[in-house]
Design a protein around this ligand. Structure first.
Ligand code: PEP
Ligand code: MG
Length: 920
């Protein structure tokens, strides 16, 4: 493409011959919508003529505040060209050209930016349109829509002023829907709308209008209208919800939006006309059938806004007037899917039985649908397994692994709506986006309840557990956004009368009323809305997920090049171990033994820590040995034949004792009440002891391997428990595979000494039992110093496991807990950091891992290496660990294991360059 071309045309010329300039590959320049309109036009699909103003024009206009040199001339020329191609003229009462002005960023941001339809209408052209179409009502319906949309989008006048006037008009006319309003009523509404414009327009906007058009009245020049609408769409790139959406989905602010100016086609020209949204496959379930909604005698915004209840696309063929365009629509859906080799979503309009395509893009889908579509498309021969694996978003698998309601539990639903986004949610009712944000901040779970949502609700939608609406179909705003975010959503639950002003829901046919703060449960799989909290149960692995992960395992374990990419789990209890196995973990990469001291065992470890009596301590150790041996026995048994990396005690001991502040309060109370002096003395001793344990800096104090030197009995007890449990299992005929890991090493001597102690203990028990055991001993590399001496440590280590949580904390000098909710969000917002280093591995920390790994391998080629920090469950970090640091495995929480298996396969495919260029 030419470097400085601002405008590209698409669609037919005046002879019906395609004169499109761009194509599907030009999304960075033409935006997704513009690129795909161009592609559809090239494919010979019926696309109304138009042109696209590039994203780069938007960027330049936004930066400079003026049109880039030459761009305005190009736009004027494109308008003239469009007039010639469509044989109509902007503002010409005899034969008026009306256009839509629509946003379209390179990466889809549904509903976040603005669109203006019916641009070009004024008192003269509305009359011309009526004559030309022989449909006075349609012309005035379009005119009132235009004033409403233009006033809101371009001039910033609140939409509800117009909606209230429209509701008044319906009430006065005694009709239920806008479609029933008569011409005279629409004409009166236009007068009312222009009054609203006059009363509600701000002083600044009036001044802006004057500088742009020479008049402060509602713009009547069609060309002025078009230019103002284009500028408004540019500005909408920077509105708050668009910025928030980009942040949420990691989309660069520097991309800008393209603007598509296109000849209008009308779905509101009577009962032979319709408009709708469709998917080539069901985006909630993945079932291969056309899916979507339409409305007869309506314009596109009516469908997505959710203000009218829509009909299912599968019924369109049964409407006698629309049977032919319906057939064409279904064929077009097939053509598009074959062409893009993916599930597509489209917007279409039927004007007087003629089908027009207004948009297509790769359709957003639930995780369940993504998996089914991947499996089906491989079976249908559309995709290879590798392509299907690369297309899936590992992060999205979380949705399938979402909890759901127990199907055997009898539920008495208050109402059923549409099952718009899968998963189940429980929370208290909030009626506004702001309330959702406030309650979630205060620590509550919420369900956002709205008659329908619009883009202004985005903040509340993104924090709520679930979303419930009483209006709108499965392609309404609420449904599309919820699916994208993986938030359970039930929409169109019409039996619920939602009174936003009084924060009240009335359930039709009953006397039930629900108020703000009442708890409800919603099921995005069945559409049920239930009063009160329902118990949530764990998810199961669906057949499609199992199949996709089977392919992923084949790929990652037998890679075309490089090492296999293994996935382990972090699991501390036999129950976690079972879960890890269920999700496909190959081994346990980290068993944090300190978690075994919690619950009812806390008292035992407390006795060991705070009691000065050697006898009481010895008793406590004995009890701990018994329970730990039992824990390891069950853990190793459940993981029979698979490695279990057991880490010796790591956290500072004060984590196991009471909060000294609480204890001080209790002591003061006891003293105040004149309690027993013995009791008081015991409590004082306890408090002194706990105070002496408190770490000034818990991240760097007496913890990790250092504990094993200061409290050697504790480490000995743990090693003994591991070895005893192993010996017992071996004697019972099992195949236990424990590996002992020494945490937080910073000196070579720490590791060497601990290794010797462990080896001696193993040897003693081997001798006592008369068996021989093979228990590898390794270290956790989680301090920068350890990375620098990794070569030395490797001489005495069978494995390295990188603790990237501590490595990140110690490299940055701040801790995960300090950072959360404090400065990291601020840094991200201010651009001081691109990503949260505790979620996605930081480059410098990754360099430390790479360096330590290289040194380790150099000295000890047999050393086995992995990562067990939180980053081991982050798909992007996983790819880096395997492909840049060359580690053998990642280890993550059981629920992340499927995500990690998929990401590991993607790493292997990317490493091997197994990208098959996608045909488009
Ligand atoms: C780590 O530091 O990365 C790690 C896994 O250990 P923990 O989170 O228990 O400190
Ligand atoms: Mg650690």
């Amino acid at each position: 493409m030419a470097a400085k071309q601002y405008v590209y045309r698409f669609g037919p010329d005046e002879h019906g011959v395609d004169c499109t300039e761009g194509g599907a590959d030009d999304a960075w320049c033409l935006g997704g919508k513009g690129a795909n309109l161009a592609e559809m036009a090239r494919m010979g699909l019926p696309v109304p003529a138009g042109f696209t103003i590039t994203c780069q024009t938007c960027v330049s206009y936004s930066e400079q505040g003026v049109w880039p040199a030459g761009s305005l001339d190009e736009i004027q020329a494109a308008i003239t060209d469009l007039e010639r191609r469509s044989q109509k003229r902007l503002g010409n009462p005899e034969n008026p050209l009306l256009v839509s002005v629509r946003s379209g960023a390179p990466i889809s941001m549904p509903g976040m930016m603005d669109t203006v339809l019916n641009v070009g209408l004024n008192p003269e052209t509305v009359a011309g349109l009526a004559t030309l179409t022989n449909n006075l009502r349609f012309a005035w319906d379009s005119y009132r829509r235009f004033i409403q949309m233009f006033s809101n989008v371009v001039l910033g006048i609140p939409l509800n002023l117009f909606e209230d006037a429209l509701a008044d008009a319906r009430e006065q006319a005694g009709v239920a829907s806008d479609a029933e309003l008569k011409t005279e009523q629409l004409q009166a509404l236009v007068v009312r709308y222009l009054e609203i414009f006059d009363q509600a327009i701000s002083y600044q906007t009036r001044a802006y209008l004057e500088t742009q058009t020479g008049s402060a009245s509602f713009p009547t020049s069609a060309t002025d209208q078009v230019l103002l609408a284009i500028q408004a769409v540019f500005a909408s790139w920077d509105n708050e919800r668009a910025r928030l959406y980009r942040k949420q989905y990691n989309i660069s602010d520097a991309l800008g939006t393209a603007v598509n100016v296109q000849a209008m086609v009308f779905g509101n020209r009577g009962m032979h006309s319709a408009t709708g949204v469709a998917f080539t496959r069901n985006p909630a379930t993945g079932i291969h059938e056309p899916y979507g909604d339409y409305l007869i005698n309506a314009q596109g915004e009516d469908v997505v806004a959710g203000i009218r209840n829509t009909c299912s696309i599968s019924n369109l063929k049964n409407v006698p007037e629309l049977a032919k365009p319906a057939r064409e629509l279904y064929q077009t859906l097939d053509v598009l899917e074959q062409h893009y080799r993916d599930m597509c979503d489209i917007e279409f309009t039927i004007e007087c039985k003629k089908l027009w395509m207004l948009q297509t893009r790769i359709g957003k889908r639930s995780a369940q649908a993504a998996l089914k579509i991947a499996v089906d498309m491989v079976q249908e021969g559309i995709l290879t397994r590798e392509e299907a694996i690369l297309r899936l978003e590992p992060q999205q698998l979380d949705q399938v692994l979402h909890p759901h309601f127990d199907p055997s539990h009898q539920i008495a639903a208050l109402a059923y709506g549409l099952n718009a986004s899968p998963g189940a949610a429980v929370g208290e009712i909030v009626f506004s986006s702001d309330d959702a944000v406030a309650r979630v901040k205060a620590g509550y779970k919420t369900i956002l309840v709205r008659p329908e949502t619009n883009p202004d609700d985005f903040c509340g939608m993104s924090v709520a557990e679930g979303i419930l609406t009483s209006h709108g179909g499965k392609t309404s705003h609420a449904a599309v956004i919820a699916r994208g975010m993986g938030t359970p959503c039930v929409c169109g639950a019409e039996a619920l009368h939602i009174d936003i002003d009084n924060k009240l829901i009335r359930v039709a046919g009953t006397s039930i009323e629900l108020h703000e703060g009442d708890v409800i449960s919603i099921d995005g799989n069945s559409g049920a809305v239930v009063q009160g909290p329902l118990p949530l149960i764990e998810s199961t692995m669906t057949p499609e997920l199992i199949e996709v992960l089977r392919w992923a395992d084949e790929i990652r374990l037998s890679p075309p090049s490089g090492k296999p990419a293994h996935v382990r789990a972090n699991a501390d209890t036999p129950a976690d171990g079972a879960l890890a196995l269920k999700f496909g973990a190959e081994a346990i990469g980290l068993c944090r033994t300190e978690h075994m001291f919690l619950g009812e065992r806390k008292e035992i470890i407390q006795t060991f820590i705070v009691n000065d009596s050697p006898h009481a301590q010895a008793q406590a150790l004995k009890q701990l040995l018994a329970v730990q041996t039992d824990d390891f026995y069950h853990m190793l048994k459940i993981m029979n034949g698979r490695p279990v990396v057991i880490r010796l005690i790591d956290p500072p001991l004060h984590e196991f004792v009471d909060d000294p502040r609480m204890l001080a309060l209790q002591l003061a109370a006891l003293e105040g009440e004149g309690g027993h002096s013995e009791e008081i003395a015991a409590m004082q001793t306890r408090l002194r002891r706990i105070d002496s344990l408190s770490e000034v800096n818990p991240m760097l104090g007496l913890r990790g391997v250092r504990l094993s030197f200061v409290y050697p009995d504790l480490a000995h007890m743990q090693v003994r428990a591991i070895v005893e449990a192993t010996a017992r299992l071996v004697q019972e005929g099992f195949d236990p595979k424990p590996e002992i890991m020494i945490p937080l090493v910073s000196l070579l001597s720490e590791h060497v000494h601990m290794r010797r102690v462990i080896e001696e203990l193993i040897a003693t028990i081997e001798q006592q039992r008369g068996i021989s055991l093979d228990i590898p001993i390794g270290t956790m590399i989680e301090l920068p110093r350890a990375c620098f001496i990794a070569g030395d440590i490797a001489r005495y280590a069978d494995f390295f496991c990188f603790g990237t949580n501590d490595l990140t904390q110690t490299s940055f000098g701040f801790s995960r807990d300090d950072a959360e909710g404090k400065f990291i969000p601020l840094y991200l917002q201010q651009g001081l950091m691109d990503t949260n280093p505790f979620e996605h591995i930081d480059e410098v920390v990754l360099n430390l891992v790479e360096m330590a790994h290289e040194q380790g391998i150099d000295v000890n080629p047999h050393i086995h290496t992995g990562v067990c920090g939180e980053h081991g469950g982050d798909p992007a970090s996983i790819v880096q660990f395997f492909n840049e640091a060359q580690l053998d495995y990642v280890s993550c929480s059981p629920y992340r294991v499927p995500v990690a298996r998929l990401a590991a396969a993607q790493a292997v495919l990317q490493r091997a360059g197994t990208f098959t260029a996608e045909k488009s």
